[in-house]
Design a protein around this ligand. Sequence first.
Ligand SMILES: *Cc1c(COP(=O)(O)O)cnc(C)c1O
Length: 364
Amino acid sequence: MKINFIDLQAQYLAYKSEIDSEVLEVFSSAMFIGGEKLNRLEKSLAEFTGAKHAIGCSSGTDALLLALMALDIGVGDEVITTPFTFIATAEVIALLGATSVFVDIEEDTYNIDPSKIEGVITSKTKAIIPVSLYGQCADMDAINEIAAKHNIVVIEDSCQSFGASYKGKKSCNLSTIACTSFFPSKPLGAYGDGGAIFTSDDALATKIRMLLNHGQNERYKHKYIGINGRLDAVQAAILNVKLKHFDSEVQAREEIGARYSHLLEDADVITPKIQEGNTSVYAQYSIRVKNREAMVAKLTAKEIPTAVHYPVPLHLQEAFASLGYKVGDFPISELVATEIMSLPMSPYLTSQQQDFIADAIKGN
Ligand SMILES: *Cc1c(COP(=O)(O)O)cnc(C)c1O
């Protein structure tokens, strides 16, 4: 049985005529940067999430970078985040000369543990970046409360959670700033790199719009040192089509995620725990197994693709050696990193494929 880890081809075939015509419109209009497609997308993204402003940008990484730049975070500042994430979350902190301060995760959700945040806050702490990992939001109420008490800004890294909800609100509208990614394999993926920044703060929105366009407030007048961080019109056109169908894709993701968990109830694996009040978009459907190498080999033998998100926590990455962390500093992150593995996941995964995967996991 042929199974793709993420079935982007099936998705393209489902929306082909709409995507082709939207993209061709961009080609014939020759408006490749900015323009109507991007404006429409930003409006729809704001409506979808409930955030006042949605600003398209070049990637999830740049969204995070721009958020920190907008807050003037730099040398001498500390930013609290999780070591159990994709490197981009902490990479941007280091790029600006600020220092990442890691806090371990909760063992059930794999998101930052709010009860451990206050212990690392100092006078240098400027922001907290909780990551809504695998498509489930971090405990944003608890995090916002701590941040408000200490006058710190919260930036949700919602690169994996666009479409998820938390206590009736949408991810990307749960903190001062949120950053998402439209990398092709994310729940809402473009056909290249892309991202968006969300905020309901007018001043931050204005500043971020300038920063992503070389700090320009009018043509060739530069108020800030910025970057080239724009989202192009072709990606916006594709995202407009995909966003129209996104609610039904989110529903399919939820159903497929729940069905996996049901099928694996009696298997010797730990399935994702979705907290009450949360819905997950299952950017990854990740399970924990005691002997990952053996499990991966077993599935590979049946041509079932798998992946590991993420095998090495950030505090043990060579690139962050200068932070001075060592093995044992974040035991839950370290444990989960040795046991976690992701199964094929997309709204196009069929029941037959899922049964085949679950049987392979349970079989000897
Ligand atoms: C994908 C991802 C990013 C980076 O997004 P890009 O669009 O690839 O730059 C950042 N943080 C997390 C948690 C991600 O999953």
